[in-house]
Design a protein around this ligand. Structure first.
Ligand code: PEP
Ligand code: MN
Length: 366
């Protein structure tokens, strides 16, 4: 059920409707839009009796939502969700493209800084690197854990990039939410419903990657889990699905971008690195992703890919990333998008180490 408020409804009227919904034993999710606020109702087993709500001041109409997902749907919010970051010009979901780049894993301070310096110089506003790696083999490098998070926090301070890193379980999420600006939920955890709920209780934006065999609806339902807990800053990411085709690691499904945009107000990024698994395919598919209307890219870059502890074969050399950025800068305006100029976000304060100070503020949403 969805309560659509009138365009001029006051804050008090919105609050009163939320209180009414809560008093009926349900959860109210007020989602402000460009024109008006809509209030999603969750927690109801069956039909909600619309009568009482319909009569309340400021209510325009009460609509039954027939789709399995509610809060991710364009029914509740017609305009795109734009995620903003305090102290940064970076946005996700607006007209500017969000470019996330970095190594698959943080391997050492030297490695992370070497890559960060290059991707920042090329214009990436988000630095992405794993401190907790979900590896197929238990004997492979599993990530530096909290030491890796500390390195990421230093990179944010030094280069002014926002930090994106994966949480693989509840324990790592506790730490990741303290250090990162965006919590990544990886493909393998897309249907880890308890982890999704936990991420939904965080105040940091959550990027949900598509599961290896997930349908569009399953991806949207994963985002719904996060939103149902009250965190409305969710980003979707297409990273390829497994098919019979074996010329690439996964089959990158670019058609999901317009399909998501039709159904949902949430931003959707494309990861051509995991999507193809091959360095020589990352730039062509990045061009295609921007052309198809993606809200941004996630690209793995390593200064010494042949020495990388994970995903070296799909990692771009920094020079190749420069070239990728130059190409997508040309394509973006053709589809009505921009890429913020290099150096839009100056470095923050000099490195801060104690964990209490590393905490970053919650983003704002529109
Ligand atoms: C990653 O982003 O490094 C990663 C492990 O990706 P995915 O979860 O899409 O496999
Ligand atoms: Mn990787």
């Amino acid at each position: 059920m969805l309560v659509v408020m009138q365009a001029h409804a006051s804050e008090d009227q919105i609050r009163a409707v939320c209180q009414k919904i809560e008093s009926l034993g349900y959860r109210a999710h007020p989602i402000p839009g460009a024109e008006r606020t809509a209030i999603g109702i969750t927690g109801n087993q069956g039909e909600v009796e619309p009568g009482t709500l319909e009569e309340m001041a400021g209510v325009q109409e009460v609509i039954r939502v027939t789709k399995p997902y509610k809060l991710v749907s364009r029914d509740i919010k017609e305009d795109n969700t734009v995620i903003r970051f305090p102290g940064s010009t970076a946005t996700i979901g607006g007209s500017a493209l969000a470019v996330m780049a970095g190594p698959c894993a943080i391997e050492s301070r030297e490695q992370a800084f070497a890559v960060a310096e290059r991707v920042a110089r090329a214009g990436a506003q988000f630095f992405r690197g794993g401190a907790y790696k979900p590896r197929t083999s238990p004997y492979s490098f599993q990530g530096l854990g909290e030491d890796g998070l500390r390195i990421l926090a230093e990179i944010r301070d030094q280069f002014g990039m926002r930090i994106v890193t994966e949480a693989i379980d509840h324990e790592s999420l506790e730490l990741v939410e303290d250090y990162a600006d965006i919590i990544q939920i990886g493909a393998r955890n897309m249907q880890n419903f308890s982890l999704l709920r936990r991420a939904g209780r965080s105040r940091k934006p959550v990027m949900v990657k598509r599961g290896m065999a997930a349908t569009l609806e399953e991806l949207l339902m994963a985002a719904e889990y996060v939103m149902s807990e009250g965190n409305y800053s969710v980003i979707l990411c297409e990273r390829g699905v497994r098919t019979f085709a074996d010329h690439t690691r996964n089959t990158l499904d670019l058609s999901i971008v317009p399909a998501v945009q039709r159904l949902s107000h949430l931003p959707v990024l494309v990861d051509p690195s995991h999507g193809t698994g091959k360095r020589n395919k990352v730039t062509p598919l990045s061009r295609a992703a921007v052309a198809v209307g993606a809200d941004g890219l996630l690209v793995e870059v390593h200064h010494q890919p042949d020495k990388a502890l994970s995903d070296g074969v799909q990692s771009l050399y920094p020079d190749q990333f420069d070239e990728l950025m130059a190409q997508v800068r040309q394509i973006a305006p053709v589809v009505g998008r921009t890429i913020p100029p290099i150096g839009s976000d100056p470095p923050l304060e000099p490195a801060i180490t104690p964990r209490s100070k590393v905490r970053t503020s919650a983003p704002s949403l529109s």
